[in-house]
Design a protein around this ligand. Structure first.
Ligand code: FES
Length: 165
């Protein structure tokens, strides 16, 4: 069993990251940070109508983080194009990072951070237009991303990801 990442895919995603940068006309933005490593990923989403369905037209990201997070974010922004919000919400960190192969244990949180940023952006679009909310604390309504991440963080032992504004 191989537990190593696909270095060629990693390097190619890093040398030519897709959809890198802020999206000024985005419909939604989501940001998460990891207190463990201090890294952060922000993702922007833009929707469009297609065949009567609202789908993701494009996505972009910024990452103040490690190479793995950048590579996964690059892959993720490509993967989610054309998907509905519901379809995108189904995607796990493992699916988003699949082209890289299995992430080594110390890099699993990098993929989870990208998943968290994506889900934060997907959820942000449902409610208030987020960016100016006075939030450094996690959003506290209902079963939110923060709840889910906290729960999974506990069961996984060490992973803790927080929402940031
Ligand atoms: Fe923290 Fe990769 S080491 S995101």
């Amino acid at each position: 069993m191989s537990d190593t990442m696909d270095e060629a895919t990693l390097q190619s995603a890093l040398s030519n990251p897709q959809n890198l940068g802020e999206m000024p006309d985005a419909d939604a933005v989501g940001t998460v940070g990891s207190p463990d490593c201090g890294d952060m990923v922000r993702m922007w989403l833009k929707y469009k109508e297609k065949d009567g369905r609202k789908v993701i037209d494009k996505a972009s990201f910024q990452s103040f983080g490690c190479q793995t997070a950048i590579a996964v974010a690059s892959l993720a922004t490509e993967l989610i194009r054309g998907k509905t919000k519901e379809e995108a919400l189904q995607l796990s960190a493992a699916e988003l990072s699949a082209p890289l192969g299995p992430l080594p244990p110390m890099k699993i949180h990098c993929g989870q951070m990208v998943e968290g940023a994506l889900k934060a952006a997907l959820e942000a679009e449902q409610g208030a237009p987020a960016p100016t909310a006075p939030a450094s604390a996690p959003v506290a309504t209902g079963p939110t991303l923060a709840d889910a991440l906290n729960a999974s963080g506990k069961s996984a032992g060490k992973i803790k990801i927080v929402l940031q504004s």
